[in-house]
Design a protein around this ligand. Structure first.
Ligand code: TNX
Length: 605
């Protein structure tokens, strides 16, 4: 008996040691090799070399590694963590080099962002006891622009939430936050010169409660809204900077502007008793800014002046998408502008507006970025294109030697639901499975020469149907891990199988332990499908170790008190009968996956 216990104890130690010796890093580094032994970080001495001044924030981050853990040894001073800034080491921008031995961990980079990302890697590599497996890592990003967007207009999210969003981005080496601050359903940034933008435009009387396909739409009649003061904006920008994240503000024009038009109706084509309804998510036969009036440009430029003063970002996003130009057709001012400028039509009138704003921004040292509609009617010379209606717009822009950011809806719209199951929460009614996001290669369709114009990639979180911060996290997790890998890791180092079966489970287990909302993947090995036959065998693997899979055969929703599926599940269906097999994964924290329904039938011969 004693021997058996000893054997179990030894086996346990081996397993624990083995698990702490894996490198589960997302995004996957360019090169990572394990070596024998571990480096015990708790209690280590931290030194910094080569920095122009004491890198306080980086040292604070490093001290998270050195912090004592509940269990595990902390031999104070026995080992060293060295942060070394070395511009001569030939390390690419934002890249880093890590060398970990049992006695020291050395992190070298050519810039502070590289040190920051190296620390993120070490934080991920450390196990619960603070042990880091000995290793050699050489890493740098595939793209310089690694973005994530958040729509705070359709629903509003407070500063504290935005900061947590930024934290999560930084831990995955994402470096650009696209803050969608104005839209039909709300104006969310204080503009001192135009107080009604937030006094009026930040508030609406009703909010759509159904999904995208709901016709007619139904509403909740509650006052809803919120906005960020300029102080709060500055606070977020400063917070992001410490995380090596640039914040790009988006001020939508000329469409998606009902909130502003409600506050200042004279900015539209018809200044009158029209209803500028805010609510719901579709703009209807929408009113948009009137580019026929000089007054509109004065307004837009005054707003942008305040925006520029708040955001150091070189790129300033002016939207430009989905502008309904029908009002312009009947507007004397717009028609006069078209005639005076020799424009062909309303499409070119939008292009006229974009060009003017482009020049305005350029004169202030900034650069215009817009959704791919800004190409219609002629692209302005300096503009950067964000390709959302698929990749065609981005490819066309790169061919015209314009810089491009890829954010195609079919891969990177995180407002979409996770699957086609009716169990998914109310969403934009299109499915985007994780594997589809992971498989995206932003360089797809671009020649090597054209790829020079590809700055990078971004995912978007629109929030028409995402009413709470926790729901934002649900939309984002685990998709953000796939985004990070698309943006950072060389295509040849990506592997869906290895990602989904090795590294992702480790990250899901962490989310589960933290209590963060996330979408639990369905049990692997089960799919929504109809199968025919008499005998079935399914090989089931839970989304991550520690989850359990439960099932029913009578059509009822399975719960964790139902029968548990073994790893290999066999079922007999007699001739002429059918079964509805429903299964669900339940995580250690009790979170459930959506239910997967498999219809099994054995037709009479
Ligand atoms: C299109 S993407 C929009 C957004 C919506 C989104 C819903 C883009 C530039 N415009 O206003 O929220 O679809 O997925």
């Amino acid at each position: 008996m004693k021997k058996l216990l000893l054997a179990i104890a030894v086996l346990h130690t081996v397993c624990v040691a083995a698990s702490s010796r894996q490198l589960h890093i997302i995004p996957q580094p360019v090169r990572a090799e394990l070596r024998e032994g571990v480096f015990a970080a708790p209690g280590c001495r931290i030194t910094a070399k080569g920095f122009p001044s004491q890198p306080g924030d980086l040292l604070r981050l490093a001290s998270e590694l050195a912090a004592p853990r509940e269990k595990g040894s902390s031999r104070r001073g026995a080992s060293t963590l060295l942060l070394r800034l070395d511009t001569t080491a030939g390390i690419p921008r934002e890249g880093y080099r890590i060398r970990v031995t049992p006695h020291s961990a050395q992190l070298t980079a050519g810039d502070e962002s590289g040190i920051f990302y190296g620390l993120q890697t070490l934080l991920q590599a450390a196990d619960a006891n603070g042990n880091i497996p000995c290793c050699e890592i050489d890493d740098h990003p595939r793209y310089g622009y690694r973005g994530l967007h958040l729509d705070v207009c359709r629903h509003f999210f407070p500063v504290e939430f935005v900061k947590r969003y930024l934290d999560r981005m930084a831990s995955l080496k994402l470096n650009t936050f696209h803050w969608h601050l104005t839209d039909d359903q709300g104006w969310r940034i204080e503009i001192k010169r135009y107080p009604r933008l937030t006094e009026v435009g930040a508030w609406r009387d009703k909010t759509q409660i159904g999904g995208y396909d709901e016709k007619p739409a139904t509403f909740e009649f509650e006052k809803y809204g919120g906005f960020y003061t300029q102080d709060q904006i500055r606070e977020v920008v400063a917070y992001a900077e410490k995380l090596h994240i640039t914040v790009i503000p988006e001020i939508e024009m000329p469409g998606h502007a009902l909130a502003a038009l409600t506050a200042y109706p004279e900015l539209g084509c018809v200044n009158g008793p029209e209803s500028y309804e805010i609510g719901g998510w579709i703009s209807g036969p929408s009113n948009v800014f009137c580019p026929g009036k000089e007054h509109t440009f004065e307004f837009l430029e005054n707003v942008l002046d305040e925006v520029i003063a708040l955001f150091p970002s070189k790129l300033i996003h002016i939207g430009g998408d989905e502008c309904q130009r029908t009002r312009w057709e009947a507007c004397p001012d717009c028609q006069a502008r078209i005639a005076a400028e020799g424009l062909q039509d309303e499409t070119q009138l939008q292009s006229y507006l974009t060009h003017r704003i482009d020049r305005f921004l350029a004169a202030r040292g900034r650069q215009l970025i817009g959704w791919d509609e800004i190409m219609d009617g002629g692209l302005s010379p300096e503009a950067v294109v964000m390709s959302w209606r698929g990749t065609a717009g981005g490819i066309a822009a790169a061919r015209q030697k314009h810089h491009v950011i890829m954010t195609p809806g079919q891969y990177l719209y995180f407002d979409k639901k996770g699957s086609d199951s009716p169990e998914e929460p109310v969403s934009l009614n299109l499915a985007l499975p994780l594997e589809q996001t992971y498989g995206y290669d932003p360089a797809e369709g671009l020649s090597e020469e054209e790829q020079q114009y590809l700055l990078g990639v971004q995912a978007n979180v629109w929030t028409e149907f995402v009413p709470t911060g926790r729901r934002v996290e649900y939309q984002l997790l685990p998709r953000i891990y796939a985004l990070a890998e698309i943006a950072w890791t060389p295509e040849a180092r990506k592997s869906w199988q290895e990602f989904s079966e090795e590294r992702l489970p480790a990250f899901l287990a962490r989310l589960d332990a933290e209590g963060t909302p996330y979408r639990v993947p369905a049990p692997r090995g089960m799919r929504e499908e109809s199968l025919e036959g008499g005998r079935f065998t399914f090989t089931i693997r839970p989304p991550f170790p520690g989850c359990r899979v439960f099932y029913t055969l009578n059509g009822a929703t399975p719960y964790d008190f139902d029968r548990e599926m073994p790893d290999e599940f066999r079922l007999v269906v007699p001739e002429g009968e059918q079964r509805v097999l429903k299964c669900v994964a339940v995580t250690p924290s009790g979170r459930r996956s959506i239910v997967v329904t498999t219809r099994l039938s054995n037709p009479r011969k």
